[in-house]
Design a protein around this ligand. Structure first.
Ligand code: NDP
Length: 337
């Protein structure tokens, strides 16, 4: 679709500018060659993706959190379409069952399970069930998340729930599932669905305190304690009503901070996991799906859930030669965070 748009734009320029006829023919020829090349590359990368570098099988188990709807549902669907076995989780079992039934009707290998990432009991039951049912997992996609702001709103009324879900809930499920990630020469994979709003080093919406920013960016100073201290400080300012002068990100402050913590934690965790032996490697990365039309955005956005899911699925299935750890991606490209 993107090719179609750029083609229309190019055609417009040629038709309406005063370029000579010969030059127009040359431009048209170059353009058609470029289109052929793009089409060929598309075929090659599809073939490569599906046939040559396919490291997974129908025995490969992927768990997706918050997968009853939105981007999570799409990630679950696309992983299953690629041939993995997907455990589709939701905090409400009936919703997991409904979503799973839809995907099974398409012939996909999907299983429902209840999982509320903020509930220690639910996480433990889930882990025990996985152990009994599958003996371990290969891919974990941490998609579950909440946001209570929209448009120009910036309320922190639900800040505690946002931080508890997006950061501490995700951290809980990572720590619980890590010992169950199966060793393999391809490496197990953790994909965290995050947001550009949580970039520690972004031009906009960043943390005002330069020392805190620097400490979050540097390996020597970054720690879980530093993240806990930052979030506790923010929540106590929310409680005493002083948060607006705290130098926090200005847009969707609670959500941005929860995703910033998740991004930075991903880097920290990647560093720790890099000490593992090759046969026990776990790659952990995060990505921003873009501005996606889902319930979270009140169906505003410029992308479908299907498009939003793409980078996460791509990261989960990268061949081991091309996979890194502790990185942040958007639109299948690494970006600085
Ligand atoms: P949705 O609201 O459609 O989906 C969120 C999912 O998370 C739902 O399935 C929800 O379950 C689930 N969830 C919420 N809390 C919990 C919990 N405690 N335990 C388990 N599951 C939970 O939103 P999106 O699909 O848009 O969001 C998916 C992810 O993408 C989120 O992490 C979000 O932050 C991120 N994201 C989204 C963007 C967008 O533009 N849409 C942009 C950037 C990032 P339930 O149905 O029960 O509420």
């Amino acid at each position: 679709m993107r090719g179609t748009c750029s083609s229309a734009r190019n055609t417009g320029v040629c038709l309406y500018c005063s370029t000579s006829a010969t030059l127009l023919v040359t431009i048209a020829w170059v353009f058609s060659k470029k289109q052929e090349k793009v089409a060929l590359l598309g075929t090659i990368s599809n073939l490569t993706f599906q046939m040559v570098i396919r490291w997974w099988s129908k025995e490969t188990v992927a768990v997706v959190t918050g997968a009853n709807q939105g981007i999570g549902y799409e990630i679950a669907r696309q992983l299953a379409v690629h041939g993995l076995h997907v455990v589709l989780t939701s905090r409400d079992f009936d919703r997991a069952l409904g979503a799973t039934t839809n995907l099974q009707a398409e012939g996909l290998s999907v299983q429902p399970c209840q999982l509320d990432i903020t509930d220690a009991g639910s996480v433990m039951s889930f882990a025990s069930w996985i152990q009994l049912e599958h003996g371990g997992i290969d891919v974990l996609v941490n998609n579950a998340g909440v946001n209570f702001n929209g448009g120009a709103d910036n309320s922190v009324e639900f800040a505690e729930t946002v931080i508890k879900t997006n950061y501490y809930g995700t951290k809980r499920i990572i720590d619980t599932m890590l010992p169950m990630m199966r060793p393999s020469s391809f490496g197990a994979r953790i994909v965290n669905v995050s947001s550009r709003l949580g970039r520690a080093n972004g031009r906009k919406n960043k943390i005002g305190d330069p020392t805190l920013r620097e400490n979050l960016m540097k390996d020597e100073t970054l720690s879980e304690e530093l993240l806990d201290e930052m979030l506790t400080n923010f929540l106590s300012q929310v409680n005493d009503g002083t948060w607006q002068n705290g130098g926090w990100p200005q847009m969707y402050t609670d959500y941005s901070l929860s995703k910033l913590a998740l991004n930075v934690y991903t880097r920290l965790k990647a560093r720790r996991l890099s000490e593992r032996l090759d046969s026990h490697r776990v790659y952990i990365n995060c990505f921003c799906p873009g501005w996606v039309k889902t319930q979270m955005t009140n169906w505003e956005g410029n992308m479908s859930a299907e498009e939003g899911a793409d980078t996460g699925v791509w990261m989960a299935l990268l061949p081991v030669e091309n996979i890194s750890s502790g990185r942040f991606y958007a639109e299948r490209r690494e970006i600085d965070f």
